[in-house]
Structures are given as C-alpha cells and as structure tokens.
Design a protein around this ligand. Structure first.
Ligand code: SF4
Length: 199
C-alpha cells in the first residue's frame, strides 16, 4: 500500500504512541513529513496525559517528526461532551464505548486539530484515533469531516490505518519498543469500565 494523502503538509492528530507508531513509520517510509498534534484533553488526569506523551516524544524524534502539544484541559472536555449530549457530567458514565460520548470526544479533539491546521497552513488532517479496533472508524471519520467543514484550506484524510499491514505492524512495534500500552481509553468513564471488566 502506498499512501496518497490529499495534501503534502500533513497534520497527524495522535492519541498515543501505541496507536500512532506504525502510522508514523509508514508515512516516513513513503516520503511524507507529518507534524504530530497532541490534543487529548479526554485523558482524565494530567499525570496520565504526560505519561502517554512522554512515550511518544522519543519515538517521534527518532523519525525526525515534530510534536506540537495542544493545551490540556480536561474540564473543558467534560463541559463540551456533556453539553453535546445535553446531560450532566456524571451521566456520561452511562454511555458505552463507541457510543455518543465517544463521537463527541472525537469531535472535540479533531476540531481543535483542524483549527490548528488551518491557522498554521497545513492542507491535510488525519488522526491515529481509529487505528485501534476499539474505536469506530465511522465515528472518527465523521468527526474529522465535520472538523474541516468550515475550513476550506484543510482536507480531512480519511485513511483506514488498520489496513495495508499496519494493524500487525502496530502490535509488533508495541512489543519491540515495550511501549506503555494503557489498559483504558483515557476518560474516567473508560477507566472505571475497564476496572469493572478486570474485577
Ligand atoms: S472512551 Fe475514549 S473515545 Fe470514548 S469518550 Fe472516553 S476517552 Fe473519548
């Protein structure tokens, strides 16, 4: 598989090193020069956000790929997602993964990435969000398309990053690098769901 992005100045929104490792490797191997955009206010604590980011940074540096850090504000994320779902923040825990909470979560993060892309002259935005089989590709692509709707200079690159051998390569890289591979998606609701599953 040869990558064919809709533009050459690529902003790759990254959710974590395990999900983005194979994508970065493939882009660089295909002669692309992405900039990584770390925007993950969904993560429930600043410590966990920093832990995940610190795994990504040396990997990105090895490939000569810059990392831009967006502000981390979990309160703002909670406010946005509960507003989108017209419910109190405590009620967000009643939504399952791949449900409406996740769709709103993707919209929050990708709209921030799209605004940054437009402001900084990127012509193309994509994301590692759907490289995990736990995520809905349709939800992620819908959020990406909506994020660029009002931004004519930025195209959303809807690529299925599980195809073309990238899914097995993803798992190999995690093993080879011994990446910290978190057991929950990021928000407190996914944390408590994963704790309940492990009981
Ligand atoms: S489970 Fe993951 S994708 Fe869904 S709302 Fe929580 S952090 Fe976002």
């Amino acid at each position: 598989m040869t990558l064919n992005p809709p533009g050459q100045k690529i902003l790759l929104h990254v959710c974590c090193a395990p999900c983005s490792g194979a994508i970065i490797e493939k882009m660089v191997a295909d002669g692309l020069k992405p900039t990584l955009f770390w925007s993950n206010s969904n993560i429930c604590t600043a410590e966990e956000n920093a832990r995940r980011l610190e795994v990504l940074k040396p990997y990105a540096a090895e490939f000569g790929v810059p990392v831009v850090e967006d502000e981390y504000d979990h309160g703002k994320w909670l406010e946005y997602v509960s507003g989108e779902l017209s419910c109190g923040q405590a009620a967000l825990g009643s939504y399952p993964e791949r449900g409406e909470r996740c769709a709103a979560c993707f919209r929050f993060r990708l709209s921030r990435a799209a605004r940054y892309a437009a402001a900084e002259g990127f012509d193309c935005l994509t994301t590692s969000l759907a490289s995990s089989r736990w995520k809905s590709l349709e939800q992620v692509d819908d959020a990406g398309r909506r994020a660029v709707e009002q931004l004519p200079s930025v195209a959303y690159w809807a690529q299925n990053w599980r195809k073309g051998g990238l899914q097995p390569r993803r798992n190999e890289i995690i093993r080879e690098r011994n990446f910290y591979n978190q057991t929950f998606c990021g928000c407190e609701f996914s944390l408590s769901q994963s704790e309940n599953c492990n009981k």
